[in-house]
Design a binder for this molecule. Structure first.
Ligand code: EPU
Length: 345
């Protein structure tokens, strides 16, 4: 375990916002975790939080407590029955590194989730998803260490996965650290091509899906789609989608559809009469797409992505986010909810 005082976290949040934390503790060995938590607790008087890849967090100014950076590494795998593979990765492994590891070996399951920034440990917390797939689709289990208590295993049905949500984002938030995550993958082809651009590109007429396709082809195509739409955090600071897509229920969904017949709406699987509206569309309709306010703005490529061009402040970004939320509410009566964790708003 390493401890630093007055540590600059600019390199540890994908917005690239400068700021200092009073204490920074870096833990790469699970056995050190209880001591790290105890130390952070003592140093900060109980004001501490955990950080993975920093791809889903907005710091509004300095952090006056202790940040515990989780850096557990390692990827292992073992064969299961029926051509399935169990892959286990440390929470600190970069998500895309895990995706690459699996698609290079020809295993199916994570290919649609290529190039999502962040760490493996963060994936189950907000049940990351893209291009027709959510991590819960192939999730097997995870290992968590509660703040006070022995490590325990969480199976899928204990995780309450939902759209960008899980038990770890609700009741368990801040109470447990995820150290390892396991996915059950397939060696047999299982392409998931429901997303329009994937379906069009991998036209079944040209591919005998059972034999032709390899998971890395899908991962590469997904990466290409992402690069075309979403800014690369290494070039322009951002945290991917800043807001969740709002779910409209029953009559509210019907009313929205009749008032705005051109608005995209996506069915929420398994939930009768629930529809997901497109937050990007709502924001774009309000005129925010490409809007720039000094060092921060809304990406010209995708209205759901707030960007930091450099030299800006987290507080200003949060102010812009709130202005966007207000105008979407005034225009459509819909309340947007941030997907990103806002620290010290
Ligand atoms: N759209 C606009 N304006 C834009 C962008 C999109 O009107 O600037 C409309 C289009 O009509 C498009 C619809 O929004 O058909 C949906 O856009 P897109 O397919 O890009 O997906 P999204 O709903 O905006 C979600 C995830 C993304 C994920 C994509 C692809 C959320 C909050 N975001 O975005 O995840 O990559 O689907 O599956 O669910 C992330 O979470 O950080 C993230 C990037």
């Amino acid at each position: 375990m390493k401890i630093f005082k007055d540590f600059d976290f600019k390199a540890h949040n994908t917005f690239g916002l400068a700021g200092q934390t009073k204490y920074w503790l870096e833990v790469s060995d699970e056995d050190d975790l209880p001591r790290a938590i105890e130390t952070a607790d003592e140093l900060s008087g109980g004001h501490f939080m955990f950080l993975g890849g920093g791809s889903n967090v907005l710091f509004c100014g300095n952090y006056q407590g202790a940040l515990i950076r989780l850096a557990f590494g390692g990827i292992q795998h073992s064969a299961l029955d029926h051509g399935q593979i169990l892959v286990e990765a440390g929470a600190g492994v970069s998500w895309h590194e895990l995706v690459r590891y699996t698609v290079e070996r020809g295993w199916w399951g994570l290919e649609n989730l290529a190039l999502i920034p962040g760490s493996v440990g963060a994936a189950p917390i907000q049940n990351i998803g893209a291009y027709g797939v959510e991590q819960e689709d192939v999730f097997e289990s995870l290992r968590g260490v509660p703040l006070n208590g022995p490590p325990s295993e969480y199976l899928k049905d204990q995780c309450a996965f939902a759209y960008r949500n899980s038990v770890f984002k609700q009741q368990m938030t801040g109470k447990m650290v995820i150290t390892r995550v396991r996915y059950r993958l397939n060696t047999e082809p299982q392409p998931r091509l429901s997303y329009k651009e994937l379906k069009e590109y991998f036209d079944p007429k040209d591919h005998d899906l059972g034999h032709d396709l390899k998971p890395d082809q899908i991962a590469n195509k997904v990466a290409e789609i992402r690069r075309a739409k979403l800014p690369d955090p290494a070039v322009v600071g951002n945290a991917g989608s800043f807001f969740k897509n709002p779910v409209l229920q029953g009559d509210a969904a019907d009313a929205f559809r009749s008032n705005f017949p051109n608005a995209p709406l996506f069915e929420v699987q398994g939930e009768d009469r629930n529809w997901k509206a497109s937050a990007a569309w709502l924001i774009e309709q309000c005129g925010w797409k490409g809007h720039r306010r000094g060092a921060i703005g809304v990406s010209p490529g995708h209205a759901l992505v707030l960007v930091h061009y450099g030299g800006g402040q987290g507080e200003d970004l949060w102010m812009l986010a709130q202005d966007i939320m207000r105008s979407v509410h005034d225009e459509f009566g819909i309340t947007l909810e941030p997907e990103v964790n806002i620290v010290n708003p």
